[in-house]
Ligand binder design. Structure first.
Ligand code: KG4
Ligand code: ZN
Length: 358
Protein backbone atom coordinates (compact mmCIF):
# COMPACT_ATOMS: atom_id res chain seq x y z
CA UNK A 1 0.00 0.00 0.00
CA UNK A 2 1.25 3.48 -0.90
CA UNK A 3 2.39 5.48 2.10
CA UNK A 4 0.09 8.31 3.10
CA UNK A 5 1.97 11.57 3.48
CA UNK A 6 1.84 13.20 6.91
CA UNK A 7 2.84 16.82 7.50
CA UNK A 8 3.22 19.23 10.38
CA UNK A 9 2.01 22.75 9.49
CA UNK A 10 2.84 25.99 11.31
CA UNK A 11 1.11 29.36 10.84
CA UNK A 12 2.05 32.69 12.48
CA UNK A 13 1.49 35.28 9.73
CA UNK A 14 -0.82 37.54 11.73
CA UNK A 15 -2.61 37.15 15.07
CA UNK A 16 -3.24 33.41 15.18
CA UNK A 17 -0.59 31.02 16.49
CA UNK A 18 -1.45 27.71 14.85
CA UNK A 19 -0.06 24.21 14.35
CA UNK A 20 -1.64 21.17 12.76
CA UNK A 21 -0.88 17.62 11.71
CA UNK A 22 -2.50 16.52 8.46
CA UNK A 23 -2.41 13.20 6.65
CA UNK A 24 -3.61 12.63 3.10
CA UNK A 25 -6.60 10.36 2.54
CA UNK A 26 -6.63 7.83 -0.28
CA UNK A 27 -9.53 9.68 -1.97
CA UNK A 28 -7.48 12.87 -2.39
CA UNK A 29 -8.89 14.72 0.63
CA UNK A 30 -7.21 15.15 4.02
CA UNK A 31 -7.43 13.63 7.45
CA UNK A 32 -6.81 16.43 9.91
CA UNK A 33 -5.25 14.69 12.92
CA UNK A 34 -5.00 17.91 14.93
CA UNK A 35 -5.71 21.57 14.29
CA UNK A 36 -4.71 23.86 17.15
CA UNK A 37 -5.31 27.60 16.87
CA UNK A 38 -4.54 30.09 19.61
CA UNK A 39 -6.18 33.38 18.82
CA UNK A 40 -4.90 36.63 20.33
CA UNK A 41 -8.31 38.29 20.64
CA UNK A 42 -7.69 39.26 24.28
CA UNK A 43 -4.33 40.87 23.52
CA UNK A 44 -5.63 43.05 20.67
CA UNK A 45 -9.14 43.80 21.92
CA UNK A 46 -8.18 46.88 23.92
CA UNK A 47 -6.48 48.41 20.86
CA UNK A 48 -9.35 47.52 18.50
CA UNK A 49 -6.88 46.02 16.02
CA UNK A 50 -3.66 44.07 15.66
CA UNK A 51 -0.47 45.54 17.11
CA UNK A 52 2.46 43.73 15.37
CA UNK A 53 4.89 43.77 18.32
CA UNK A 54 2.23 42.45 20.70
CA UNK A 55 1.25 39.78 18.17
CA UNK A 56 4.90 38.71 17.77
CA UNK A 57 5.36 38.47 21.53
CA UNK A 58 2.25 36.32 21.89
CA UNK A 59 3.53 34.01 19.12
CA UNK A 60 6.86 33.59 20.96
CA UNK A 61 5.00 32.83 24.20
CA UNK A 62 2.64 30.27 22.64
CA UNK A 63 4.33 28.59 19.71
CA UNK A 64 6.12 25.76 21.54
CA UNK A 65 3.01 24.69 23.43
CA UNK A 66 0.83 24.91 20.34
CA UNK A 67 3.21 22.73 18.31
CA UNK A 68 3.56 20.25 21.17
CA UNK A 69 -0.21 20.05 21.54
CA UNK A 70 -0.72 19.55 17.80
CA UNK A 71 1.80 16.69 17.73
CA UNK A 72 0.46 15.13 20.95
CA UNK A 73 -3.14 15.24 19.76
CA UNK A 74 -2.22 13.71 16.39
CA UNK A 75 -0.68 10.69 18.17
CA UNK A 76 2.29 11.00 15.81
CA UNK A 77 5.96 11.62 16.48
CA UNK A 78 8.25 14.02 14.61
CA UNK A 79 9.91 10.97 13.00
CA UNK A 80 6.56 10.09 11.37
CA UNK A 81 6.38 13.34 9.38
CA UNK A 82 7.24 13.42 5.69
CA UNK A 83 7.71 17.16 5.78
CA UNK A 84 7.23 20.33 7.77
CA UNK A 85 5.44 23.32 6.25
CA UNK A 86 5.39 26.87 7.61
CA UNK A 87 3.95 30.12 6.33
CA UNK A 88 6.60 32.25 4.64
CA UNK A 89 4.33 35.18 3.70
CA UNK A 90 2.50 37.40 3.08
CA UNK A 91 1.95 38.85 6.53
CA UNK A 92 3.63 40.73 9.35
CA UNK A 93 7.37 40.08 9.13
CA UNK A 94 7.89 40.06 12.92
CA UNK A 95 5.16 37.41 13.22
CA UNK A 96 6.09 35.31 10.18
CA UNK A 97 9.69 35.03 11.41
CA UNK A 98 8.62 33.12 14.52
CA UNK A 99 6.72 30.22 12.92
CA UNK A 100 9.01 30.14 9.91
CA UNK A 101 12.26 29.86 11.84
CA UNK A 102 10.89 27.32 14.29
CA UNK A 103 9.65 25.23 11.32
CA UNK A 104 13.05 25.42 9.67
CA UNK A 105 14.80 24.47 12.92
CA UNK A 106 12.59 21.43 13.57
CA UNK A 107 13.11 20.28 9.96
CA UNK A 108 16.87 20.67 10.16
CA UNK A 109 17.11 18.91 13.54
CA UNK A 110 14.84 16.04 12.48
CA UNK A 111 16.23 15.71 8.94
CA UNK A 112 12.85 16.43 7.34
CA UNK A 113 12.09 18.38 4.16
CA UNK A 114 10.96 21.96 4.83
CA UNK A 115 8.19 23.62 2.79
CA UNK A 116 7.84 27.43 2.82
CA UNK A 117 4.18 28.15 2.11
CA UNK A 118 2.34 31.14 0.68
CA UNK A 119 -0.49 31.83 3.15
CA UNK A 120 -2.81 32.78 0.27
CA UNK A 121 -2.13 29.45 -1.44
CA UNK A 122 -3.02 27.79 1.87
CA UNK A 123 -6.42 29.51 1.77
CA UNK A 124 -6.93 28.74 -1.96
CA UNK A 125 -6.24 25.02 -1.43
CA UNK A 126 -8.18 24.79 1.86
CA UNK A 127 -11.47 23.50 0.35
CA UNK A 128 -9.53 20.41 -0.80
CA UNK A 129 -9.09 19.34 2.82
CA UNK A 130 -12.73 18.21 2.93
CA UNK A 131 -13.77 18.07 -0.75
CA UNK A 132 -12.53 16.22 -3.77
CA UNK A 133 -11.83 19.12 -6.04
CA UNK A 134 -9.84 19.39 -9.24
CA UNK A 135 -8.30 22.28 -11.15
CA UNK A 136 -9.32 24.59 -12.72
CA UNK A 137 -11.68 26.33 -10.31
CA UNK A 138 -12.77 29.86 -9.51
CA UNK A 139 -11.75 31.33 -6.15
CA UNK A 140 -12.99 34.24 -4.09
CA UNK A 141 -10.42 34.88 -1.37
CA UNK A 142 -11.83 37.23 1.24
CA UNK A 143 -9.77 37.87 4.36
CA UNK A 144 -8.56 40.73 6.53
CA UNK A 145 -5.76 41.70 4.18
CA UNK A 146 -6.85 40.38 0.79
CA UNK A 147 -9.91 40.27 -1.46
CA UNK A 148 -9.35 38.68 -4.84
CA UNK A 149 -10.95 36.62 -7.56
CA UNK A 150 -8.52 34.04 -8.92
CA UNK A 151 -8.63 31.26 -11.44
CA UNK A 152 -6.79 28.35 -9.83
CA UNK A 153 -5.43 26.58 -12.92
CA UNK A 154 -3.12 24.23 -11.06
CA UNK A 155 -0.82 24.10 -8.09
CA UNK A 156 1.42 27.17 -8.22
CA UNK A 157 -0.55 28.47 -11.22
CA UNK A 158 -3.04 31.18 -10.26
CA UNK A 159 -4.45 33.95 -12.42
CA UNK A 160 -5.82 36.97 -10.58
CA UNK A 161 -8.83 38.36 -12.42
CA UNK A 162 -9.98 40.85 -9.79
CA UNK A 163 -8.81 42.47 -6.58
CA UNK A 164 -9.74 45.26 -4.23
CA UNK A 165 -8.34 48.64 -5.18
CA UNK A 166 -8.49 49.87 -1.58
CA UNK A 167 -9.83 48.02 1.51
CA UNK A 168 -10.17 44.24 1.84
CA UNK A 169 -13.64 42.89 2.68
CA UNK A 170 -12.55 41.71 6.16
CA UNK A 171 -10.95 45.11 6.74
CA UNK A 172 -14.26 46.82 5.85
CA UNK A 173 -16.04 44.59 8.40
CA UNK A 174 -13.38 45.38 11.02
CA UNK A 175 -13.55 49.15 10.38
CA UNK A 176 -17.36 49.17 10.44
CA UNK A 177 -17.30 47.34 13.75
CA UNK A 178 -14.87 49.90 15.14
CA UNK A 179 -16.97 52.85 13.88
CA UNK A 180 -20.13 51.37 15.42
CA UNK A 181 -18.30 50.17 18.53
CA UNK A 182 -19.60 46.64 18.11
CA UNK A 183 -16.53 44.84 19.41
CA UNK A 184 -13.45 42.98 18.28
CA UNK A 185 -12.86 40.97 16.11
CA UNK A 186 -15.01 42.98 13.73
CA UNK A 187 -16.40 40.48 11.23
CA UNK A 188 -18.16 38.13 13.66
CA UNK A 189 -19.42 41.14 15.72
CA UNK A 190 -20.97 42.88 12.70
CA UNK A 191 -22.56 39.59 11.64
CA UNK A 192 -24.01 39.05 15.12
CA UNK A 193 -25.50 42.56 15.51
CA UNK A 194 -26.66 42.77 11.89
CA UNK A 195 -29.13 39.99 12.77
CA UNK A 196 -30.95 42.46 15.06
CA UNK A 197 -31.18 45.18 12.39
CA UNK A 198 -33.17 46.00 9.27
CA UNK A 199 -30.92 45.53 6.24
CA UNK A 200 -32.99 47.90 4.10
CA UNK A 201 -32.96 50.87 6.46
CA UNK A 202 -29.89 52.66 5.06
CA UNK A 203 -28.92 53.13 1.45
CA UNK A 204 -25.15 52.82 1.14
CA UNK A 205 -22.92 53.26 -1.93
CA UNK A 206 -21.87 50.37 -4.18
CA UNK A 207 -18.50 51.68 -5.45
CA UNK A 208 -17.41 50.69 -9.00
CA UNK A 209 -20.37 48.31 -9.21
CA UNK A 210 -20.89 48.91 -12.93
CA UNK A 211 -17.27 49.21 -13.99
CA UNK A 212 -13.83 47.77 -13.29
CA UNK A 213 -14.75 44.16 -14.13
CA UNK A 214 -14.65 42.04 -11.00
CA UNK A 215 -12.36 44.43 -9.13
CA UNK A 216 -13.71 45.70 -5.83
CA UNK A 217 -13.66 49.03 -4.01
CA UNK A 218 -14.87 49.41 -0.42
CA UNK A 219 -13.29 52.59 0.96
CA UNK A 220 -16.26 54.77 -0.09
CA UNK A 221 -18.65 52.38 1.63
CA UNK A 222 -16.71 52.61 4.89
CA UNK A 223 -16.62 56.43 4.65
CA UNK A 224 -20.39 56.52 4.21
CA UNK A 225 -20.89 54.22 7.20
CA UNK A 226 -18.76 56.69 9.20
CA UNK A 227 -20.82 59.65 7.95
CA UNK A 228 -24.15 57.97 8.73
CA UNK A 229 -22.93 56.77 12.13
CA UNK A 230 -22.79 60.42 13.26
CA UNK A 231 -26.60 60.63 13.11
CA UNK A 232 -27.31 57.44 15.01
CA UNK A 233 -29.92 58.10 17.70
CA UNK A 234 -30.54 54.67 19.18
CA UNK A 235 -29.03 51.24 19.56
CA UNK A 236 -31.54 50.06 16.96
CA UNK A 237 -30.10 52.59 14.45
CA UNK A 238 -26.70 51.04 15.08
CA UNK A 239 -27.96 47.53 14.36
CA UNK A 240 -29.76 48.83 11.26
CA UNK A 241 -26.56 50.40 9.96
CA UNK A 242 -24.60 47.18 10.63
CA UNK A 243 -27.27 45.17 8.79
CA UNK A 244 -27.32 47.62 5.85
CA UNK A 245 -23.52 47.51 5.63
CA UNK A 246 -23.53 43.70 5.50
CA UNK A 247 -26.31 43.75 2.93
CA UNK A 248 -24.30 46.17 0.76
CA UNK A 249 -21.22 43.91 0.95
CA UNK A 250 -23.46 41.04 -0.15
CA UNK A 251 -24.80 43.01 -3.12
CA UNK A 252 -21.26 43.92 -4.19
CA UNK A 253 -19.94 40.36 -3.83
CA UNK A 254 -22.89 38.83 -5.69
CA UNK A 255 -22.58 41.23 -8.63
CA UNK A 256 -18.79 40.91 -8.84
CA UNK A 257 -18.98 37.11 -8.50
CA UNK A 258 -21.33 36.99 -11.47
CA UNK A 259 -18.81 38.99 -13.53
CA UNK A 260 -15.95 36.75 -12.33
CA UNK A 261 -17.93 33.65 -13.35
CA UNK A 262 -18.43 35.06 -16.85
CA UNK A 263 -14.69 35.74 -17.08
CA UNK A 264 -13.96 32.20 -15.89
CA UNK A 265 -16.28 30.82 -18.59
CA UNK A 266 -14.49 32.86 -21.25
CA UNK A 267 -11.07 31.70 -20.13
CA UNK A 268 -11.79 28.06 -19.32
CA UNK A 269 -13.60 26.05 -21.94
CA UNK A 270 -14.17 23.07 -19.62
CA UNK A 271 -17.54 21.42 -20.15
CA UNK A 272 -17.25 19.48 -16.92
CA UNK A 273 -18.76 20.79 -13.71
CA UNK A 274 -17.34 24.13 -12.66
CA UNK A 275 -16.48 24.87 -9.06
CA UNK A 276 -16.45 28.17 -7.19
CA UNK A 277 -14.68 28.17 -3.83
CA UNK A 278 -14.92 30.92 -1.23
CA UNK A 279 -12.05 31.02 1.24
CA UNK A 280 -10.56 33.22 3.98
CA UNK A 281 -11.95 34.52 7.27
CA UNK A 282 -14.94 36.34 5.71
CA UNK A 283 -16.12 33.05 4.15
CA UNK A 284 -17.44 32.18 7.63
CA UNK A 285 -20.19 34.81 7.25
CA UNK A 286 -23.58 33.08 6.95
CA UNK A 287 -25.29 35.78 4.85
CA UNK A 288 -22.39 35.77 2.39
CA UNK A 289 -22.51 31.97 2.22
CA UNK A 290 -26.24 32.06 1.47
CA UNK A 291 -26.02 34.72 -1.23
CA UNK A 292 -23.00 33.25 -2.98
CA UNK A 293 -24.66 29.82 -3.03
CA UNK A 294 -27.64 31.40 -4.77
CA UNK A 295 -25.61 33.13 -7.48
CA UNK A 296 -23.56 29.95 -8.00
CA UNK A 297 -26.73 27.99 -8.63
CA UNK A 298 -27.95 30.59 -11.12
CA UNK A 299 -24.59 30.58 -12.95
CA UNK A 300 -24.28 26.79 -12.88
CA UNK A 301 -21.23 26.61 -10.61
CA UNK A 302 -20.79 24.16 -7.74
CA UNK A 303 -20.29 26.34 -4.66
CA UNK A 304 -17.80 25.12 -2.05
CA UNK A 305 -17.00 26.64 1.34
CA UNK A 306 -14.51 25.14 3.78
CA UNK A 307 -15.87 24.35 7.27
CA UNK A 308 -15.57 27.39 9.49
CA UNK A 309 -12.49 26.00 11.29
CA UNK A 310 -10.63 26.14 7.96
CA UNK A 311 -11.95 29.59 6.87
CA UNK A 312 -9.99 31.73 9.31
CA UNK A 313 -6.25 31.39 9.68
CA UNK A 314 -5.18 27.87 10.59
CA UNK A 315 -2.21 25.58 10.10
CA UNK A 316 -4.11 22.63 8.58
CA UNK A 317 -4.29 24.55 5.31
CA UNK A 318 -0.51 25.18 5.53
CA UNK A 319 0.26 21.47 6.14
CA UNK A 320 -2.15 20.57 3.31
CA UNK A 321 -0.42 22.99 0.90
CA UNK A 322 2.88 21.35 1.93
CA UNK A 323 1.51 17.89 1.08
CA UNK A 324 0.34 19.12 -2.35
CA UNK A 325 3.75 20.64 -3.05
CA UNK A 326 5.56 17.48 -1.93
CA UNK A 327 3.45 15.39 -4.31
CA UNK A 328 4.30 17.71 -7.22
CA UNK A 329 7.97 17.75 -6.15
CA UNK A 330 7.86 21.53 -5.76
CA UNK A 331 10.86 21.86 -3.45
CA UNK A 332 12.16 25.35 -2.69
CA UNK A 333 15.64 26.22 -1.56
CA UNK A 334 15.75 25.96 2.20
CA UNK A 335 17.74 29.09 3.08
CA UNK A 336 14.80 31.39 2.45
CA UNK A 337 13.58 34.38 4.42
CA UNK A 338 9.99 35.52 5.01
CA UNK A 339 8.13 37.88 2.67
CA UNK A 340 5.63 40.56 3.74
CA UNK A 341 4.19 40.89 0.21
CA UNK A 342 3.81 37.79 -1.95
CA UNK A 343 1.09 37.84 -4.61
CA UNK A 344 -0.13 34.50 -5.94
CA UNK A 345 -0.12 35.86 -9.49
CA UNK A 346 3.10 37.75 -9.97
CA UNK A 347 1.88 39.15 -13.30
CA UNK A 348 -1.25 40.72 -11.79
CA UNK A 349 -1.32 44.53 -11.97
CA UNK A 350 -0.87 46.35 -8.66
CA UNK A 351 -4.15 48.21 -8.27
CA UNK A 352 -3.72 50.28 -5.14
CA UNK A 353 -3.10 54.00 -4.73
CA UNK A 354 -4.26 57.13 -6.52
CA UNK A 355 -4.56 57.39 -10.31
CA UNK A 356 -5.62 53.80 -11.00
CA UNK A 357 -7.33 53.26 -14.33
CA UNK A 358 -9.88 50.46 -14.29
O1 KG4 B 1 -8.31 34.73 6.82
P1 KG4 B 1 -8.31 35.49 8.10
O2 KG4 B 1 -8.53 34.73 9.38
O3 KG4 B 1 -7.00 36.28 8.29
C1 KG4 B 1 -6.33 36.93 7.23
O4 KG4 B 1 -5.61 36.23 6.48
O5 KG4 B 1 -6.57 38.15 7.11
O6 KG4 B 1 -9.42 36.63 7.97
C2 KG4 B 1 -9.67 37.52 9.01
C3 KG4 B 1 -10.77 38.47 8.58
C4 KG4 B 1 -11.01 39.59 9.58
O7 KG4 B 1 -11.09 40.81 8.91
C5 KG4 B 1 -12.35 39.19 10.21
O8 KG4 B 1 -13.09 40.30 10.70
C6 KG4 B 1 -13.03 38.52 9.04
O9 KG4 B 1 -12.01 37.77 8.43
N1 KG4 B 1 -14.13 37.66 9.48
C7 KG4 B 1 -15.43 37.85 9.16
C8 KG4 B 1 -16.16 36.85 9.85
N2 KG4 B 1 -15.29 36.07 10.56
C9 KG4 B 1 -14.03 36.59 10.31
N3 KG4 B 1 -16.02 38.77 8.37
C10 KG4 B 1 -17.35 38.71 8.25
N4 KG4 B 1 -18.14 37.81 8.89
C11 KG4 B 1 -17.58 36.86 9.69
N5 KG4 B 1 -18.35 35.97 10.31
ZN1 ZN C 1 -5.62 34.36 6.16
Amino acid sequence: MKKKLTFLGIETSCDETAASVVQENTDGTALVLSNIVSSQIKEHKKFGGIVPEIAARAHVENIELIIQEAIYKSKKKIKDFDGIAATRGPGLVVCLNIGFSIGKSISAAAGKKFFPINHLEGHVLSPGIENKISFPYLVLLVSGGHSQFLIAKGLNDYKQIGTTIDDAVGEAFDKTSKILDLGYPGGPSVEKFAKRGDKDSYELPLPIINRGGCNLSLAGLKTDVLRKSKNIKSIQDKYNLAASFQETINKILVKKTEIAMREFNKEISSKTSKAFVIVGGVAANESIRKNLKKISKKMNFKCIFPSKEFCGDNAAMIAWAGIQRFKKKLFDKENLIVKSRWPLDKNAPFLKGPGIKL
